[in-house]
Design a protein around this ligand. Structure first.
Ligand SMILES: C[S@@+](CC[C@H](N)C(=O)[O-])C[C@H]1O[C@@H](n2cnc3c(N)ncnc32)[C@H](O)[C@@H]1O
Length: 249
């Protein structure tokens, strides 16, 4: 799917401006004016476009060259400016060149693409260095409940011109021993003349609440809040998806 950025972008762009509104609100709530933004695993640059369009300083990186090219091109065609470069979440500090950010965002469980906990800690520690004092990192993650979680599917639909785009994503139940969640994507693009399908799979690292808390205890970022998708503080109760608000120690 990541090698087909225009379909990813069509499916995921709706709601992006509202998400940025939410992240701005969260930053201000936790004491930070969100002027300079960093997005690791920025994908097609859908957030960067909104940020640049609102006059914020925006910087993003991704490992996938197709995503990066799409992000750069989509900014350029709209006359928007953002710093976009290719890097892995476990090795981005060099290209940042000592810049410091007020806010970093990493939604959609992209953090869990890091399949090794050493890489995960390295990422969080590099983020701690990249944030200005008091800067915040909002990480959107789904945590596992081994033994309780079942296979789940999400359906995404979009229409662009005469193309109807449908993506079904299946998340296989997480495996406690391997700590891996298998994700299968099936993309169908229907045009008046023909139908095209693409299948793809990838793996995500899993964390249950205890594993997640242990990971955070081993890095230089400190959690200040756990929020639900609407930005309301939640207790330790399980959420399908949560926003972790982290600050540098
Ligand atoms: C679910 S997409 C999210 C993209 C974007 N943040 C958004 O919300 O639209 C996950 C992104 O993570 C990128 N990615 C996967 N592993 C990565 C890694 N180790 N370092 C940097 N980016 C990575 C993929 O190329 C993909 O663009």
């Amino acid at each position: 799917m990541y090698h087909l950025p225009s379909y990813y972008d069509t499916l995921n762009t709706p709601g992006t401006a509202e998400d940025i509104d939410l992240y701005c609100k969260i930053a201000r709530r936790y004491g930070r004016a969100p002027n300079a933004w960093l997005e690791p695993a920025c994908g097609t640059g859908r957030h960067l476009r909104v940020l640049a369009g609102r006059g914020f300083s925006a910087c993003g990186f991704d490992l996938d060259p197709d995503m990066i090219n799409y992000a750069k091109e989509s900014l350029k065609t709209r006359g928007l400016r953002a710093h976009v470069f290719r890097a892995g979440m476990n090795d981005f500090i060099g290209p940042i060149r000592k810049r410091q950010f007020d806010i970093a965002i990493n939604p959609h469980s992209s953090f869990r693409h890091l399949l090794d906990e050493r890489d995960a800690i390295s990422h969080l520690d590099q983020m701690a260095t990249s944030l200005a004092p008091g800067g915040i990192y909002i990480v959107g993650v789904s945590l596992a409940r081994y033994g309780l979680d079942k296979d789940e599917s999400d359906l995404w639909l979009a229409v662009r011109g005469r193309r109807h785009i449908r993506q079904e994503i299946t998340y296989k139940k997480p495996n406690r021993t391997k700590r891996i969640e298998e994700v299968h994507s099936r993309l169908t693009i229907s045009r008046p003349q023909r139908v095209e399908t693409h299948s793809d799979s990838y793996r995500l690292q899993t964390y249950d609440r205890t594993q997640w808390d242990r990971l955070l205890s081993r890095c230089r970022l400190r959690r200040v809040a756990t929020l639900d998708e609407e930005g309301s503080e939640v207790s330790a109760s399980h959420q399908p998806y949560q926003l972790e608000v982290l600050v540098s120690n």
